[in-house]
Design a protein around this ligand. Structure first.
Ligand SMILES: [Zn+2]
Length: 297
């Protein structure tokens, strides 16, 4: 571990411990118990320690994990928000999700929705930002991940084609694994596009292809409707929402940090979520899960 990361983690842990001690986490638990909101948390590639730690904390505090289908039912039937509930989602479909997330969710009988980018799953190519990071270390001149997020999609793809030889290992779950775990009642696979582009940097046709193709591929592989979506990088605008509707999606998850309440359920294509990091202290994970880590109201 680098010294910078070590200092960051120690500082974050102390800050999180202070937040917990100050009663902010308990205040959120009281709010959940009043039925005024639902917790919405998401992961990417969490360690077993982080994911299982979060599940144990959720159960210890008598919270019930509801599936994204149940959330959609609450929205579409205009039901009251259930008390003491949490929605758990996971983005990208990393191969270590199999042992760290899926096996744990099944063991604890916790529903989890995993949003998959279909290209890394089918073709086995690395996620593009990890290719860019490797190229950054090995080549000069090279573009950073942040720079690549800000350029038109065709230029990003052109750059990645040039540098993709630097990293070609599989990072995503295989189609076989996804099909296998799809039979579990606790695991719901949904769409996170084909290639995980930054949608606002794509042309209209590119956006539509990403939304429609990923849905069709997953529907063919999993033999079930694909109607839920998570925006890659949390990036979207009005155009993306309209295209999601055209492409047959019913609900989409953002990276806006907030609780799900009646106000957020008015906008089903902008469901908020709190991010839990892949590897951080339990204290920090608790503060992230409950939203007290972020500036929310
Ligand atoms: Zn993603």
């Amino acid at each position: 571990m680098s010294a910078v990361k070590l200092v960051r983690d120690v500082t974050a842990k102390a800050y999180a411990a202070w937040l917990i001690k100050s009663g902010k986490v308990n205040a959120v638990l009281n709010r959940l118990n009043s039925g005024s909101c639902i917790l919405s948390i998401y992961f990417h590639n969490p360690s077993l320690k982080v994911f299982e730690g979060c599940i144990k904390w959720i159960l210890k505090n008598n919270l019930r994990a509801i599936s994204t289908s149940e959330l959609y039912g609450i929205y579409s039937n205009k039901k009251n928000l259930p008390r003491n509930t949490v929605v758990i989602t996971v983005d990208d479909g990393w191969k270590f999700n199999e042992q760290n997330v899926i096996q744990t969710a099944i063991r604890y009988r916790i529903p989890v929705t995993i949003f998959l980018a279909t290209d890394p799953m089918i073709r086995g190519n690395s996620f593009w930002w990890t290719i860019a990071r490797s190229a950054n270390k090995k080549m000069f001149p090279s573009l950073s991940v942040e720079e690549l997020k800000g350029i038109p999609n065709h230029l990003r793809l052109h750059y990645l084609r040039k540098v993709s030889y630097v990293l070609s290992e599989r990072q995503a779950m295989t189609s076989e694994a996804v099909r296998y775990f799809n039979s579990s009642p606790y695991i719901n696979f949904q769409s996170h596009t084909v290639s995980h582009p930054i949608l606002p940097m794509c042309t209209d046709q590119e956006v539509l292809n990403e939304l429609v193709q990923s849905r069709l591929i997953l529907e063919r592989q999993l033999d079930k409707p694909i109607q839920l979506f998570a925006y890659p990088n949390g990036s979207y605008g009005i155009r993306e929402i309209n295209m999601l509707k055209r492409a047959g999606y019913k609900m989409a998850f953002t990276t806006h940090t907030n609780y799900i309440d009646h106000q957020s359920l008015v906008r089903p294509y902008e469901i908020p979520r709190f991010e839990v990091l892949d590897d951080s202290s339990m204290e920090e994970s608790i503060c992230r899960m409950t939203g007290v880590w972020f500036n929310t109201n």
